[in-house]
Ligand binder design. Structure first.
Ligand SMILES: NC(=O)c1ccc[n+]([C@@H]2O[C@H](COP(=O)([O-])OP(=O)(O)OC[C@H]3O[C@@H](n4cnc5c(N)ncnc54)[C@H](O)[C@@H]3O)[C@@H](O)[C@H]2O)c1
Length: 310
């Protein structure tokens, strides 16, 4: 009999890339999502396939989470409110992101779930003191969202010590790819550039465009989640990025080249805080056998050719 994966937030951007991979591996999937941002049409198609069910409910209700998780062997916890929302409404953010985690992890411990994979974030580091960023670097979460993610990682460790819960927390870097909502906090710059290039306008870069991010394609993120669900080693946070920092100026160049547009970026001279990001992915290689497969150039080229620009 096939195992069932309990997947909170499974109807969201990343979830919609993970579910087909799980089905391909022979799992059944029980999505637990209040559909606040979930993709109803896509979920309905998956449910029609027979091996996916949707429980339209909220992670803030512990009793409902526990009841819904019964019969599952593995858990992916991705339900969360975004970083933008967390600054606007810290109360709701802590409720969903921290109490939600408590409800999911305590239920998993009580039911003897084999593995919990938690979707954490590179934002737990705050502004990095050095590159590449390593899992043992000092954490300095700066917003309620990041604070809740860090505290959720600590909670996993608590349930490991208390009940032997097996977990992996994946610290995603800057995720991009098909299906992404256009206002995504760190990667909104991609959407902004793509829109302008599509309109025949040059991308506008603040300062010299030296700020950088570690852009990782959602397909590789989904692969990392599936690897973490099945790895032999556990109970650690793991960075998931490419290990390469791409500056905003380089991003503009890549997107212009990929589109074939005849424009040059405009630099808007202005003092900007130059933040940079790049993951040390040694642990991802060692613990879950992860290797990124889509280069930023290939991923962005695909995106600019296929993106529906919002
Ligand atoms: N996308 C990124 O760049 C990124 C980066 C780092 C970490 N993450 C983390 O990965 C996870 C998935 O991200 P995503 O980009 O797919 O986000 P998303 O917003 O597309 O998906 C989150 C899902 O959670 C659901 N949800 C929200 N509140 C809920 C609640 N109270 N109860 C039940 N379901 C609820 C939403 O309806 C949505 O379907 C999140 O935990 C996020 O914090 C994402």
């Amino acid at each position: 009999m096939s195992e069932t994966v309990f997947f909170t937030g499974g109807a969201g951007f990343i979830g919609m890339h993970v579910v087909p991979m799980l089905l391909e591996k022979g799992y059944k999937v029980r999505i637990y999502d209040n559909m606040f941002r979930g993709d109803r049409d896509r979920v309905a198609e998956l449910v029609a396939g027979g091996n996916v069910e949707l429980i339209d409910h909220d992670v803030r209700y512990g009793g409902a989470v526990l009841a819904a998780m019964k019969g599952c062997t593995k858990v992916i916890h991705a339900a969360a409110l975004s970083i933008n929302k967390s600054q606007a409404d810290p109360d709701e953010s802590m409720d969903v992101n921290l109490i939600g985690s408590q409800n999911v992890f305590s239920a998993a411990a009580e039911l003897g779930i084999d593995r919990v994979v938690f979707c954490s974030t590179a934002s737990v580091y705050g502004d990095p003191e050095k590159l590449p960023m390593h899992e043992d670097d000092r954490l300095n979460p700066l917003t309620p969202y990041c604070i809740s993610k860090r505290a959720s990682e600590d909670l996993l460790d608590f349930y490991h010590r208390r009940a032997g819960l097996s977990w992996i927390a994946l610290r995603f870097f800057n995720v991009y790819g098909p299906g992404q909502k256009t206002e995504a906090y760190y990667t909104s710059v991609i959407n902004h550039f793509v829109k302008r290039i599509h309109n025949g306008e040059p991308p506008v870069i603040d300062g010299r465009g030296e700020q950088s991010m570690d852009f990782i394609h959602v397909h590789d993120i989904a692969r990392a989640i599936v690897l973490a669900l099945e790895s032999e080693k556990d109970n650690v946070p793991i960075n998931v990025g490419t290990g390469i920092d791409t500056s905003i100026a380089d991003l503009a160049k890549i997107l212009i080249e990929a589109s074939g547009a005849d424009v040059e970026p405009i630099f808007n001279p202005r003092d900007v805080l130059v933040s940079r990001r790049a993951a040390d992915i040694t642990r991802a290689r060692e613990v879950i056998g992860f290797e990124p497969t889509i280069s930023v150039r290939d991923g962005m080229t695909d995106l600019i050719k296929t993106a529906e620009i919002g």
